[in-house]
Design a protein around this ligand. Structure first.
Ligand SMILES: Cc1ncc(COP(=O)(O)O)c(C=O)c1O
Length: 443
């Protein structure tokens, strides 16, 4: 009799052929994960890796936290699914908890399962509140998801095949602190870009704009931070032109930047805030926070069969409680400070490091071939990623066209100092190897 293990192995090989999202011929670097604990993951070959991606920056609380697992198991035993026309105790408790930690005056909350759907919820809410407005504005290089609508709200997809079915967003330019275009400094670029945005809002559109959505620190679009002046200028433009300000904190929320919300870190005053990723403690969960005055959904506006999935909600309640109890925002701030100090020291020795970006544990490096032209070092960045993974450390990388020059270091916020230090040691080694192979000399 053939063992179940052999059957499973055969099935897995067939599965690789069957999976819709697999690239032709497969991806040789793609691991099959079997277990995760804290910041560690193990593949099916028994290899251990230090995961500096927190699995798409979602495990703010490290994987397998017993408080989350127990809550999910307990909920599974009681009730796995409830139609969104019913409450569950955990739903009510999580709603109260989210409102209690919300920044500014956000005191109403809605849940769904994916960041993309939460962004759609925010867009629907904005349109309900601005029934006569014709547009929604987004920023260049923003990222808001992969539903048909949120793809349209994100940077132009390099091979977009879906335009026929996508709504049109008003795309506004953003300032670039690293590669200023409208001036010689980031400050000048910010001021002039604000002036261009004002011009577009005044003269460049037919009809008014319901909302502007942007990430307080652009994640997938290149880890682009903005200056305080930009945030302040945008809030003023929103007030002047009657636009709701939607801050997409799917990636930056729940402690990642060293504060519970990037909105606190940058002193923002959103009308609607979108959260996701870390809120579910590894289970799918996302949602929207807004002010009482904007809570205008009507029956049927936003109901999804699994939108308030009880197991995700129970896991989320445990995860958010644990993030508060363990003060993970403070841990992120401390670790982030340590990591950026070390990376800045490495930058003095490694010509490939163009810029070190933070805050908190939203850390990244942009690799460049030349410090004057700032030509993105995309091949080199991919090599750093591959070699580090072979040495047991998984860093984040971006595989999208023209954004592939980043190495991202965004582990669970409760990573230990030893683990973080080890990840940086490996990065240091691998950078040296890649620089040597490409004939890039020391500084
Ligand atoms: C800022 C931001 N918004 C929205 C999303 C979409 O979230 P999801 O992939 O859960 O749909 C992401 C995902 O990376 C994100 O980073």
């Amino acid at each position: 009799m053939t063992s179940t293990l052999t059957d499973a192995a055969d099935l897995q090989l067939l599965g690789k052929e069957a999976l819709l999202h697999e690239p032709p011929g497969g991806d040789p670097e793609k691991l099959t994960l079997v277990r995760a604990q804290g910041s560690l993951v193990w593949d099916d070959q028994g290899n251990e890796y230090l995961d500096c991606t927190a699995q798409a920056w979602s495990n703010n609380l490290g994987a397998g936290d017993p408080r989350v697992i127990e809550a999910a198991i307990a909920q599974t035993r009681e009730l796995t699914h409830a139609r969104p026309t019913f409450h569950t105790p955990a739903l009510l408790e999580l709603a109260a908890l989210m409102v209690s930690i919300a920044p500014g005056q956000l005191n109403r909350v809605g849940f769904t399962l994916h960041g993309s759907m939460a962004v759609e919820m925010a867009l629907k809410l904005a349109l309900r509140n601005r029934p006569d407005a014709e547009h929604v504005a987004v920023l260049h290089d923003g990222y808001h998801g992969r539903s048909i609508t949120t793809m349209a709200a994100s940077w132009p997809h390099p091979q977009n095949a879906f335009g026929r079915l996508q709504p049109h967003f008003l795309r506004l330019p953003r300032p670039d602190l690293y590669r200023p275009r409208l001036g010689s400094t980031g400050e000048e670029d910010t001021e002039r870009t604000l002036a261009v945005v004002r011009d577009i809002l005044e003269k460049g559109t037919e009809g008014s704009v319901a909302a502007l959505i942007y990430e307080p620190l652009q994640g997938n679009g290149g880890h682009n931070e903005f200056s305080p002046r930009w945030h302040q200028g945008i809030r003023e433009l929103c007030d002047e032109f009657g636009m709701l300000l939607i801050i997409d904190e799917v990636q930056t929320g729940l402690g990642r930047t060293g504060k519970m919300w990037a909105s606190e870190y940058y002193d923002l005053d959103p009308d609607i805030l979108v959260f996701g990723k870390g809120v579910g403690g590894g289970f799918p969960l996302a949602g929207v926070l807004t002010k009482q005055e904007y809570a205008k959904f009507q029956a049927g506006d936003d109901q999804l069969t699994f939108g308030q999935f009880p197991i995700s909600i129970a896991a989320g309640l445990a995860a958010v409680s644990a993030i508060i109890e363990d003060d993970l925002p403070a841990r992120a701030a401390e670790h982030g400070h340590y990591a950026t100090e070390r990376l800045r020291e490495m930058q003095t020795r490694h010509p490939l490091i163009g810029e070190v970006r933070s805050p908190g544990l939203m850390v990244s490096l942009e690799l460049v071939r030349d410090h004057v032209t700032k030509e993105p070092a995309t091949t080199e960045a991919h090599e750093v990623f591959v070699r580090a993974q072979r040495k047991g450390v998984i860093f984040g990388e971006s595989r999208y066209a023209s954004l592939g020059s980043l190495i991202k270091i965004k582990p669970p916020l409760d990573i230990t100092r030893d683990q973080l230090s080890h990840a940086l040691d490996v990065l240091d080694e691998v950078l040296t190897d890649v620089e040597t192979d490409h004939g890039i000399g020391p500084r």
